[in-house]
Design a protein around this ligand. Structure first.
Ligand SMILES: Cc1cc2nc3c(=O)[nH]c(=O)nc-3n(C[C@H](O)[C@H](O)[C@H](O)COP(=O)(O)OP(=O)(O)OC[C@H]3O[C@@H](n4cnc5c(N)ncnc54)[C@H](O)[C@@H]3O)c2cc1C
Length: 494
């Protein structure tokens, strides 16, 4: 009889585990609390429009990478996938000057030097090191602890330029990196996209992913991609149970035996994989006694291991809006809790015609939020929460119109959501989009996802490796299955 793998959570990590389990010849069942699978890789419809809430860029769209193979195996993308025709990473407006990070590095270099000739040396260095960072890919063949000498040599060769990037930008955060530029708009440009405490190298790697062509947005968006993965899982014979929230993991004598659902039903399996948020796993499903010191330390230290989320709004606008792609700009101070924000960004989804009726486009805004903001949102009662959202939305709309007067009277509200939305929908720790932010001087959290005090139990999902994100989620599912195969002394080449 085939072994049965029971998977908790139908996000990208859980779906990937399911597909790789089937590929390895096991039976696979996924239990997902929501009505649809996908977790944070999600989109939803409002007033005839589609709000795409995840993929700003999908790393692993270069067919030469091992990550592409994984995305292809789970049915997310293939050689015929069409991507958004975007030329820019994003742009920043400050004091009336616009600076753009184009996907074409030569163009970026030329334009940034024209904006600030006195920063020429720093700009050239930034461009040179972004080119080096293009070589950074996510090893997706097998978990690093299963890699042999040959694998390390190959990885070293393919990422030969990364040590230079780490040496130059691995020990400073984005605030310090931005301070190297004299031009105020360039300083903003370097700090707008990621939280200021992020290590500078992560920013170069992100930009390098775009410029190398290894980061793209599949047309149809996040939900369409999720649905392709779900279809693949089902077509392969996998069973997906939705509206099936899991209450706990059944452990007997140090061995995971199954799961108990909130309904009281019990499901037994040979191997159990959790692909839910790490905090939720330890606090609710498994118990804090299974938390290693590494996890305890990270969750206790909100400064060294912050997480990020967002306060977001979405509008229907006319598709003749000239503001393209993602633009950051100043706004009059907007207070959220006891913090004040003076930067905001809009993202124009006009690149995907399937998201809006003809002649229309979806415009989203976001103010980045972190742990403190989550505490504020959580403290609100239902009425105040609703009122706060409404008041903030008005201020945000006013800020957008101040920057782009042509949108006055032309923004129809579609939706407003907060960090609490991700808590409610995905049980996400503090509403986190990804896992812990990589800050300077902090050891990046990376776990095998196995436990000393419980056998037949594995952890998948983006939390196994900071900073998380879709690539980590998808490889984590594969890695969990490879650990099972290794335990059975079978080949891990799947
Ligand atoms: C606004 C936004 C933008 C993003 N942009 C990008 C981007 O551009 N690029 C990128 O790489 N990443 C991006 N991400 C991150 C990406 O979405 C996540 O890294 C990824 O989807 C996480 O997948 P996961 O499977 O690890 O976790 P999740 O998606 O959280 O999946 C966990 C699943 O478990 C389910 N679950 C929770 N509790 C239970 C329970 N008790 N019982 C059963 N099921 C349960 C949840 O409902 C969920 O479906 C973004 C995220 C957000 C929110």
């Amino acid at each position: 009889m085939k072994k049965k793998i029971v998977i908790i959570g139908g996000g990208i990590g859980g779906l990937s585990a399911g597909i790789y389990a089937l590929k390895a010849g096991y039976d696979a069942e996924i239990y997902e609390k929501n009505a649809v699978a996908g977790g944070e890789c999600m989109g939803w419809n409002r007033k005839g429009h589609h709000i795409d809430n995840c993929i700003h860029w999908l790393t692993g769209t270069d067919e030469k990478t091992s990550l592409w193979q994984v995305w292809n195996t789970v049915g997310a993308i293939d050689k015929d996938t069409k991507y958004a025709d975007t030329e820019k990473f994003y742009s920043t407006i400050y004091n009336g000057v616009e600076a753009i990070l184009w996907n074409d590095l030569d163009k970026t270099e030329k334009e940034l030097i024209a904006i600030s000739p006195e920063d020429e040396a720093e700009i050239k260095k930034f461009i040179e090191y972004t080119r080096y960072a293009e070589s950074c890919t996510i090893p997706a063949e097998k978990p690093m602890d299963m890699m042999g000498v040959k694998d390390y040599i190959n990885m070293g060769k393919s990422m030969a330029n990364m040590p230079k990037v780490m040496k130059e930008y691995g020990k400073i955060n984005l605030r310090e990196f931005a301070a190297r530029f004299k031009s105020p708009v360039l300083r903003k440009l370097m700090m707008d996209y990621l939280p200021a405490d992020y290590t500078a190298y992560s920013f170069l790697v992100s930009y390098g992913t775009m410029t190398s062509g290894n980061g793209n947005i599949p047309l149809g968006g996040s939900l369409a991609m999720t649905n392709r993965i779900v279809k693949k899982f089902k077509d392969m014979g996998g069973k997906l149970y939705t509206k099936a929230p899991v209450k706990s993991v059944i452990i007997e004598n140090g061995t995971a035996k199954g799961i108990e659902l909130e309904s009281g039903d019990k499901v037994f399996g040979d191997e159990i994989i959790s692909a839910v948020d790490a905090d939720f796993l330890f606090k609710k499903l498994l118990g804090k006694e299974y938390m290693t010191d590494e996890w305890k330390k990270a969750f206790a230290d909100r400064k060294a291991y912050p997480v990020t989320s967002g306060f977001q709004t979405a509008y229907s606008i006319n598709d003749d809006f000239s503001g393209q792609d993602t633009i950051f700009f100043d706004c009059d101070p907007i207070k959220i809790g006891n913090k004040s924000y003076d930067r905001i960004y809009i993202k124009n989804y006009g690149y995907d015609k399937s998201f809006a009726p003809e002649g229309k486009a979806v415009l989203q805004t976001c103010i980045s939020q972190t742990d403190d903001d989550y505490a504020f949102w959580k403290s609100l009662d239902k009425e105040t929460y609703k009122k706060t959202k409404e008041e903030l939305e008005e201020k945000i709309r006013a800020a957008v119109i101040k920057q782009f007067p042509e949108l006055d009277g032309k923004m129809e509200l579609l939706d407003v959501w907060t960090p609490m939305t991700y808590v409610r929908y995905c049980n996400a720790y503090h509403g986190a989009y990804m896992s812990f932010v990589t800050t300077v001087g902090t050891k990046q959290l990376r776990v095998k996802g196995t436990f000393k005090n419980v056998s037949n139990f594995y952890m998948a999902g983006q939390w196994i490796m900071s900073p998380g994100g879709l690539p980590i989620a998808v490889i984590s599912g594969k890695f969990a299955i490879q650990r099972i195969l290794k335990k059975e002394k079978r080949s891990i080449d799947i």
